[in-house]
Design a protein around this ligand. Structure first.
Ligand SMILES: C[S@@+](CC[C@H](N)C(=O)[O-])C[C@H]1O[C@@H](n2cnc3c(N)ncnc32)[C@H](O)[C@@H]1O
Length: 251
């Protein structure tokens, strides 16, 4: 490997969802009703009521489309996986446009959208500075971006580190790779500095999926956990408690 190749950012596709039944395997078989509800609660609190053009970046099969379709005159789902996009098209037909491509080179002109969101995707991206640059580029001035970030500084991750179950130091601000997986977690301080450096203004932060635990889900059930989650999203935001941190950003 030459020196210039070594210094090149890694933009490889680390998670190819083509042919993977994400909806059935991850959401339905994985019994993630609580996590789905937690995402929806956050999106309802953060997305503007009305947008002309909106894009769901790495939106998969459109799990969350019914949250933004009523708020946007024109909605697009962008994703790498053509099979995920085909599922979205099957369900929503003309109500939604789909576009495939790679996050590191979004196939949209500068300042195309007045709203965008990107949920449950950052763990697949090694080069977040480039991702943030691309999101900023396609947003109109004054536009809103709702971005969910996989948080490396959570309490369970701290315990795993202290008890030597994981080598990942949650207090280290640099991005980390999850042990044994090609997935990345981000420190809130790292990501917030990145947003600001790019020119985004952070308008609101929520702590989301605060009770993501098989035991808690079994004891309380989705309805009760949902009520607790609703309060915890704002209450625990100042300490960036949950595995998912949601940001409402303004360009
Ligand atoms: C965990 S899924 C989340 C889907 C959706 N946002 C949701 O919350 O249900 C991650 C998505 O990121 C997409 N993805 C992964 N790498 C990508 C890349 N380099 N460019 C565009 N999309 C990518 C995958 O195809 C997949 O649909």
């Amino acid at each position: 490997m030459t020196k210039s190749e070594k210094n090149k950012p890694d933009h490889s596709i680390v998670a190819d969802y083509n042919g993977y039944d994400y909806k059935k395997i991850f959401w339905e078989d994985g019994k993630r009703d609580y996590e789905d509800l937690a995402d929806r609660m956050a999106i309802r609190k953060l997305l503007p009521e009305h947008m002309e053009s909106f894009v769901d970046i790495a939106g998969g099969y459109g799990r969350l489309a019914d949250e933004y379709l009523p708020r946007a005159e024109k909605s697009t789902i962008f994703d790498y996986s053509k099979t995920e996009l085909a599922d979205a098209k099957k369900k929503y037909g003309d109500k939604i446009s789909t576009k495939s491509g790679d996050i590191y080179d979004l196939p949209f002109k500068d300042e195309t959208f007045d709203g965008l969101m990107m949920i449950r995707a950052t763990h697949h991206f090694k080069d977040m500075p480039k991702v943030v640059e691309e999101l900023y580029r396609v947003l109109k001035p004054g536009g809103t971006a709702v971005i969910e970030v996989a948080n490396k500084k959570t309490l369970p991750k701290m315990f795993r580190f202290w008890f030597k179950k994981s080598s990942v130091n949650p207090f280290d601000k640099n991005p980390s790779k999850i042990d044994g997986l090609t997935m990345y977690n981000y420190h809130p301080k790292y990501i917030e500095d990145l947003f600001k450096k790019q020119g985004f203004k952070i308008e609101k932060v929520l702590s989301v999926s605060n009770f993501r635990s098989a035991k808690l889900k079994k004891i309380f059930g989705t309805k009760t956990l949902g009520k607790m989650e609703n309060v915890a999203q704002s209450a625990l935001a100042p300490i960036r408690f949950a595995p998912s941190i949601y940001y409402k950003l303004k360009k």
